[in-house]
Design a protein around this ligand. Structure first.
Ligand code: ASP
Length: 326
């Protein structure tokens, strides 16, 4: 029988509150062992061990927590007795952590991330079923070499493309254009697609000694957005992600301010506030052709990739290559 390690970080899956209610609760309150204990048939799937690494609301995670988490995942994945890993996590920032791990974990073993929308004390909490299916997927040979994937509400998602789209329903995540890899029915995975992008054991980032990540900020464009705000946020940053309108667009005032920031050596990535589609190179919004297009990455995910890219290089052409490959 396979052995699966559950690495718990907190979130609503271990949240508690008023009995029967799904609002007014606190995330990260009880140990994941208590949730595993409620899944009657979990031992039919695998031998399960658990590490309670953190127990926080995922909004309270820090970049240092991310580095610690990736070290633990890499350490556990190198153990010959472990066949797969499940990470439990709050749903608010699950998309960011999943993508970070997808880029920095050097393993072809299954790594599956999950969480819950309802706390453990709600009527019909979704956590036990999500965790059950995540353990089932992590035990499946079909998940080998897939990179970090997420399981939520009977759906298997790519960590690169998953995004939270509903803030209270149990089916909270969206596939965007490319995110759905398959479905789960009870313990059985039905996988239909695989990502073409580099990840985990094919990524160049696991070899980095990451003690600290470069500083990258995000600025969101809207009608009348003052360029001064963008300049202020960029002040102490190595790079910036601009979440523009349409295909990564913004006002003439922002074009001038961004050219100036590039002149100061800041690395700029153009992303979009539109959920689907792609940000291409665009000489109108990037007259000197020195910014990088986020392609299909959301703003927060473009930030993750830019932090890692800047840990390797400051060469713009190299960073453009990286944004094309991941
Ligand atoms: N605020 C919670 C968290 O991200 C939400 C959740 O887990 O659903 O930790």
């Amino acid at each position: 029988m396979k052995k699966i390690m559950v690495i718990a970080t907190g979130g609503t899956i271990v949240g508690t509150g008023a009995i029967g209610k799904s609002k007014l609760y606190e995330a990260g309150q009880i140990d994941i062992d208590q949730i595993i204990g409620t899944i009657g048939n979990v031992n039919d799937l695998a031998r399960v061990e658990a590490i309670q690494l953190f127990n926080v609301d995922s909004n309270d995670l820090s970049l240092d927590n991310w580095i610690e988490l990736k070290n633990v995942v890499n350490e556990v994945a190198s153990r010959p007795d472990i066949n797969g890993i499940v990470i439990t996590h709050g749903t608010d920032t699950l998309d960011e952590t999943a993508f970070f791990l997808n880029l920095v974990c050097e393993t072809s073993k299954p790594v599956v991330i999950t969480g819950a929308m309802r706390p453990a004390t709600a009527t019909s909490p979704d956590g036990p079923m999500n965790l059950y299916q995540a353990i089932a997927l992590a035990s499946s040979d079909q998940a080998i070499g897939m990179g970090v994937v997420a399981v939520f509400s009977n759906t298997i998602y790519s960590s690169r493309d998953i995004q939270k789209e509903n803030n209270f329903k149990t089916d909270a995540f969206s596939k965007r254009d490319f995110g759905c890899l398959g479905y789960m029915l009870d313990e059985k995975p039905y996988l239909f697609s695989k990502t073409y992008k580099r990840h985990t054991y094919t990524s160049e980032f696991p070899r980095l000694r990451l003690d600290k990540l470069p500083k990258v900020g995000i600025s969101y464009f809207y009608v009348g957005a003052p360029a001064d705000d963008l300049v202020k946020i960029a002040q102490n940053k190595d790079g910036m992600v601009i979440v523009g309108s349409g295909t990564g667009n913004y006002s003439k005032e922002w074009i001038v301010a961004i050219e100036d920031l590039i002149g100061q050596g800041k690395v700029i990535v153009r992303a979009s506030r539109v959920n689907n589609g792609m940000v291409f190179e665009n000489i109108h919004f990037d007259p000197s052709n020195r910014s990088i297009s986020a392609n299909t990455l959301t703003g927060p995910k473009a930030r993750v990739l830019l932090m890692l890219a800047l840990s390797l290089t400051r060469d713009i052409d190299e960073i453009k290559r990286i944004f094309g490959e991941y």
